[in-house]
Design a protein around this ligand. Sequence first.
Ligand code: SIN
Ligand code: CO
Length: 393
Amino acid sequence: MKKILKKTSKKNVRLIQQKILLGGISPKQFLKEYWQKKPLLIRAAIPGFTGILDANELAGLACEDDVQSRLVRQSRGKWYLEHGPFPETRFAQLPGKSWTLLVQSVNHHLPEAAELLQHFNFIPHARLDDLMVSYAPDGGGVGPHFDSYDVFLLQGQGKRRWRVSQQRDLSLVEDAPLRILRNFETEQEYVLESGDMLYLPPHVAHWGIAVGDCMTYSIGFRAPSAQELGTQFLTYLQEQVQLDGMYTDLNLSLQKHPAEISEDMVKRVGAMLKKIRWNKQVVAEFLGVYLSEPKPDIVFDTAAGMGLHAFRRAVANQGVELDLRSQALFYENEFFMNGEKTAMKPGWAVCLRLLADRRRLPAEAMAAVLEDRDLLALLFSWHQAGYVRCGSR
Ligand code: SIN
Ligand code: CO
C-alpha cells in the first residue's frame, strides 16, 4: 500500500511539472491542440531555469572531436558558416556581436542535458532528435528560416527576441551557406526570458535574435520524410527478403530484335517481384532498428575488464542506466537497442520497458534481472558494448 501511494504521488508530481512546462495545459491537451498544428508560447515553462552549462563550457564542447558544432556569422548582410571542431583560439577572434555558436546533441555529452529531455517524455522517444544548445552575443542568430521538425525553444541564460510567421512563402536566399528565408514577414514577436519556452511545429518561419548574451536550448523532434522512410525501408527489406525460384522462359518465342526487352519478360519479372511482401511486424521492426540506430559519428566506449560476477554485484547495488548516446525502443515483444533487435523472453518486458522509458533501472528494480541468467547476460553484453553503464542517478 505504501509503495502504491509513493508511486501515485510521484506520478502526480510529474503531471504537475508537465502542466507547468506546457503553460497550464495537460500533455494530452497540448497534443490535441498544438502538436504539429500551431505555435505555443509558455512563460516560465521551467521556472528558475538558467541553463545547464555556460558559454565557456559550450565553447569547450565545440572544440571536441566527437561533438558536432557550427559557427554562424553575419557580416555586411552576408551569412558565413563554419563547422567544428574549433581550435580554442577561434573564439578569441570573433567580434562582439552578430554570431552564434550551435552545438548539437548536447544530451549525448552531459547527463544534465539528458535529464532535461526527460521533461519531454510526453512525446515518444522514437520522435526525439536531440538537444541543441546555442550561444550568441547581442544580435546573434541563424537568421529567418523554417525547420522541418517540431521544436521546443527553451530560453536559458539571457533573452532572445523571437519573430514568428506562418507565411506560405518559404523561398530561400540563393547562394547562402545556410537556409535563410528570402522574404520573412514578422507576424508575432516575443522576447523570451530564462525559463520561457516557445513550441513551433514544422515549417513555421522563425527568427531568433539575441538580446544581449543569450543561450537557447532547442529540443528537436525528427520527422522523417516519406522519401527517407521509403529508401531506408527498402534497404532494410533487402536483408529480410527471401524469394524462391529463378526466372524461367519455357515458352520463349522468337524475337525480331534480340536487343529488345520483351513484354513477356517484363510481365514475368513483375510477377516475381510481386512476391516481395511485408506486414505490420516487418514495418515495426524496421522502425525499431532504423530509429534506434546511432548516428554515424557515434562510437561507444566498449567496457573491458569487468567480468560477469563483478557486473552482477555492481548492478545489484547500483542498478543500470543507458549510456547517454544509447537509444532504446520497443514494439510488442521486440526490443531495439542502438539498431540491434532482441526478442524479449517472457518476464523480461517489465524491466526492459522501464529501462527504455526511463533510461535507467534502479537497484530496487534489479531483482528480476538477477534471477534470470539470460536477462543478466543480455545486460552484461550491452555493458560490454558500452550501451549501458552500472549505476543509476
Ligand atoms: C538558435 O538557437 O539560435 C537557433 C534555434 C532555431 O532557430 O531553430
Ligand atoms: Co529553427
